[in-house]
Design a protein around this ligand. Structure first.
Ligand SMILES: Cc1cc2nc3c(=O)[nH]c(=O)nc-3n(C[C@H](O)[C@H](O)[C@H](O)COP(=O)(O)O)c2cc1C
Length: 330
């Protein structure tokens, strides 16, 4: 058994005042080199993946902390070019996107990165974001999850529309792609009508990894059907154990192997040695950026695995012909 380690990156750090530290660059949230350095550090530190949260709105107080947010898929594409094996996970909303656009963006990242893309599918509770998409009132929790279910069916269907061997590229016969190995989706549902096929074919890992981050009853149900990993932030050990058991039961209930859906609880490392404590160090002075700086300065063993992806079959989606496999994790 092994664990999956995912680095939750946030501009200069998760602490809202991290940009004010003497060693912080207050413009780092717009600096691609900063994010490429973080990805390289995480990869050298044997992390399995890096992750960006996201919402299509200005979410925090502009005066107080860096509130601009570059598009995470574009950012991860640049980070892919600076790394070799680390997983690249971005959040994207099922409430404020169209499935075709989203399927294409993540499939593109998967191809560009050589099979390292992951999508954290969220329903976005954020009311400010709704105002950017014509909503005058927020869709209810139930409405968001109902749309999310159909959204995932469409995205996974589009990703599965191409056979692995669809690209023939036979110069002699002049056939580039075999049309018989690329299928329309012909989806007609309550929220979406999508003909397909997607204009991006299979990637080296088959299709991007699906992550989910809701802990409610419909959130767990959605994860049970589709997710290969679940982000969660349970406040106590007892609640964490309860959530883990609940999720694994739900995955089994959806007809999948519970081992194929990993639970990734949040962990905030507070680092400090005796010398720091003597100097009056306190946990509030520790940020992700200071952690990564320390990591970067200490050599780590070389990574041995090729990608982070814990592959797992989902229900209601036809099995892929061939998928990259990864070591089992828990
Ligand atoms: C680690 C983690 C990361 C999350 N990232 C995002 C995010 O980037 N954008 C977002 O709208 N919600 C994010 N969420 C929130 C969840 O997706 C979800 O909306 C929230 O937990 C409420 O859903 P629930 O009612 O099913 O629990 C995140 C949650 C966790 C635990």
């Amino acid at each position: 058994m092994s664990i999956v380690l995912n680095a939750f990156l946030m501009s200069t750090g998760h602490h809202e005042a991290s940009w004010r530290l003497p060693e912080s660059d207050p413009g780092a949230h717009r600096d691609v080199a900063h994010f490429q350095a973080l990805a390289r550090t995480a990869e050298a530190g044997l992390m399995d993946s890096v992750f960006f949260a996201d919402s299509p709105s200005v979410r925090s107080d502009l005066a107080r902390r860096p509130a601009e947010s570059l598009d995470p898929v574009l950012l991860l594409t640049a980070m892919a070019a600076a790394t070799e094996r680390i997983g690249l996970v971005a959040t994207a909303s099922t409430t404020y996107n169209e499935p075709y656009n989203l399927a294409r963006a993540f499939a593109s990242l998967d191809v560009i990165s050589g099979g390292r893309a992951g999508w954290n599918a969220v329903t976005s509770a954020d009311l400010q974001a709704g105002a950017n998409f014509g909503f005058t009132s927020a869709p209810t929790h139930a409405e968001r999850y109902e749309r999310a279910q159909e959204f995932l069916e469409v995205v996974l269907g589009l990703w599965d529309g191409w056979d692995d061997d669809a690209r023939v590229a036979d110069k002699g016969s002049g056939v580039h792609t075999d049309p018989a190995r690329v299928r329309d989706l012909e989806h007609v549902g309550r929220h979406f009508r999508v003909k397909g096929p997607l204009n991006v074919g299979r990637s080296p890992q088959g299709s991007p990894v699906v992550v989910q981050a809701g802990s409610s009853v419909p959130g767990v149900a959605l994860a049970a059907r589709y997710a290969e990993a679940v982000f969660t932030a349970q406040p106590t050990l007892a609640e964490g154990r309860d959530f883990h058991a609940r999720l694994k039961r739900a995955v089994a209930g959806a007809g999948r192997d519970p081992e194929h859906c990993k639970v990734l609880p949040g962990l905030v490392p507070i680092l400090g040695g005796p010398r720091r404590r003597r100097a009056g160090w306190s946990p509030s002075s520790t940020t992700w950026s200071s952690w990564t700086t320390r990591c970067a300065s200490s050599p780590r063993p070389q990574a041995s695995s090729s990608t982070w992806t814990p592959r797992c079959p989902r229900t209601s989606v036809p099995p892929r012909r061939s998928r990259a496999t990864a070591p089992a994790t828990s």
